[in-house]
Design a protein around this ligand. Structure first.
Ligand code: GLU
Length: 295
């Protein structure tokens, strides 16, 4: 697992340099859109913000095996990707620069618990806003909209969409919306559903031929396909809407309002677009920011 991650990391580094024809890769450096920490920030009535201030740093829950979104370079230890940049933007606007950020990798299954336990101050990592999650935590956003799709081996033409999964082994992640959808819609037989903690583990299984498809958000799958384009392809038939939110402690309305203000400003002043273009947008796909849902 470690070796594979390293090999993949190296591959991505070289792809970023050659395929994109750009000098240096945001995947291996610091923030792509530099943010100076705002001064004298106050968030009246936010217990979470008070805790960060007292601690002198912010603890952010992220993914670290999702290239283009939330990725930790195995060599340099640097974090990169669209989600990480959004996390940094929020931290900077709350008054914390990069040196005051502690990242904590939290798998899909453990997000609500990590937030409600106070292990992290907020979470930015392909986290879909759902009603059932809202019972335990709050969301700011959405700051991006993705959709469930399928990753298959390059030479497999038998899987063309969700309706062609019967009899196929399908891998996804525990506690994620995509695995719930595979189950509730009976897309394949219960015995054919394989689940892991992280999507990179599913991708390993796909490479080894132990599963036939990995299912999750298209944005995540495109990152894996870009790393190993000779091995994998994304089917490209999206079958859900996944609105990504920033996960926050449930009763901290003051912080939620503040984070929504930060996102709105980044959308209005073009920072969101700059972040997108330097991360996910490098694949060539264009996107515009979604409308925030303030509830
Ligand atoms: N966006 C989906 C979810 O929140 C899938 C990606 C993930 O597991 O992080 O469950």
């Amino acid at each position: 697992m470690k070796l594979r991650t390293l090999a993949v990391g190296l591959l991505v580094g070289s792809l970023a340099l050659t395929a994109c024809g750009r000098e240096g890769s945001p995947d291996s450096s610091g923030p792509v859109v530099s943010q100076s920490a705002a001064q004298n920030v106050t968030v009246e009535g936010s217990p979470t913000f008070d805790k960060m201030k007292q601690r002198g740093k912010v603890i952010i829950g992220v993914k670290e095996d999702q290239p283009g979104l939330g990725y930790k370079d195995p060599t340099s230890g640097e974090y990169s990707g669209f989600d990480v940049e959004i996390a940094r933007l929020v931290a900077a606007q709350l008054g914390f620069d990069e040196s005051k950020i502690e990242y904590k990798a939290i798998p899909s299954q453990s997000r609500e618990q990590a937030i409600s336990n106070g292990d992290i101050d907020y979470y930015v990592g392909t986290y879909s806003i759902t009603d059932s999650r809202k019972q335990q935590i709050s969301f700011a956003g959405p700051y991006f909209v993705a959709g469930q799709d399928l990753l298959v081996r390059k030479d497999d033409n038998s899987i063309t969409g969700p309706e062609s999964l019967k009899g196929k082994k399908v891998c996804s992640v525990t506690g994620s919306t995509p695995i719930q959808r595979v189950r509730s819609q009976g897309l394949t037989e219960p015995d054919n559903i394989v689940e892991f903690q992280n999507y990179s583990q599913c991708v390993d299984q796909l490479a080894q031929g132990n599963v036939d498809a990995v299912t999750t958000d298209d944005a995540i799958l495109m990152g894996y396909a870009a790393q190993e384009p000779d091995k994998f392809k994304v089917v490209g038939k999206v079958f859900s809407e996944e609105k990504y939110g920033i996960g926050l402690p449930k009763d901290d309305k003051a912080l939620r309002d503040k984070v929504n203000d930060i996102l709105q400003q980044a959308i209005d002043d073009g920072t969101w677009q700059k972040i997108y273009d330097a991360t996910l947008g490098k694949s060539g796909a264009s996107a515009t920011p979604p409308a925030l849902e303030r509830y």
